[in-house]
Design a protein around this ligand. Structure first.
Ligand code: SAM
Length: 243
């Protein structure tokens, strides 16, 4: 069986990587259309950036590329940057590194998570998560990993309680990667009114089947009566640009 067929079956990360050559990565298959499209996340410059985060994230490089690019363009806006759902700090590192490269270190990057894994509300959530999932983390280790970026602020605890002290802030960019229905809904409710015009909200798990009744349902319900439409990406993410 060719790697392309294996890739389409998406067996697992290791098997997929083993079948990719550099040439294969420039343009990758777009199932079900039968054509391939440009895949810049496999270019050397981005792979170098991804190498710094891949052991600390569950987010693959195509989604990280989207995060990087939208973070970069959001530096032209007023407002803080935020991530809800940090786990081991991989995507947070990518965002911080991007801000540093853009010489935007004057901006704050706020990180919200229990930093102890999924909270107890996970047990009642329509996703398959349970309390304590993704709990193999240490806040000290994450702080040390993100030490090169003094503009990063850690807000450990339960979302939405940890968001409340920031009610008077404006945001240019919010990465929402919390998986759960209620947490996703709480993040929508908090950030939407606080995003500046042109500000970007990215939802990591919108398009994955396991989160159809969780993150996707929360986003769809929240934006049903808003002027903005969630834009679904092939990566599984969706983006909302505040009007
Ligand atoms: C998929 S992980 C985040 C992945 C991360 N962005 C990465 O780079 O791998 C989801 C995170 O959401 C957090 N989370 C979910 N609901 C939460 C809540 N109500 N309060 C705080 N953290 C929450 C979990 O603790 C978990 O670390």
């Amino acid at each position: 069986m060719s790697w392309k067929i294996k890739a389409q079956k998406m067996l697992n990360k290791k098997q997929y990587d083993a079948h990719m050559t550099k040439a294969d990565r420039d343009y990758t298959p777009c199932t079900p259309y039968g054509y391939s499209t440009f895949s810049p996340w496999f270019e050397d410059w981005f792979q170098e950036m991804y190498a710094k985060v891949k052991d600390n994230t569950v987010v693959r490089e195509d989604r990280c590329y989207i995060l990087h690019r939208f973070c970069q363009r959001s530096t032209h806006l007023e407002g803080d940057f935020a991530e809800c759902g940090v786990y081991k700090g991989g995507t947070a590192y990518l965002l911080a590194h991007t801000l540093q490269k853009e010489e935007a270190e004057g901006r704050r990057l706020h990180l919200f998570d229990t930093f102890q894994g999924m909270p107890d509300i996970a047990d009642e959530d329509p996703s398959t998560h349970k309390e304590g999932d993704l709990g193999d983390v240490s806040l000290d280790a994450i702080k040390s990993y993100l030490n090169p970026f003094p503009f990063v602020e850690f807000h450990p605890g339960f979302i939405p309680e940890t968001l409340r002290p920031f009610e008077d802030r404006k945001f240019a960019f919010a990465h929402i990667d919390v998986d759960l229905y209620q947490t996703s809904k709480d993040c929508c409710e908090f950030f939407y009114d606080r995003m500046v015009s042109g500000g970007v909200m990215i939802f990591d798990d919108y398009g994955f089947p396991g989160y159809k009744l969780a993150e996707k349902k929360a986003v769809d319900e929240f934006f049903a009566d808003k002027i903005e439409e969630p834009i679904s990406l092939r990566t599984g993410q969706c983006i909302v640009i505040k009007l």
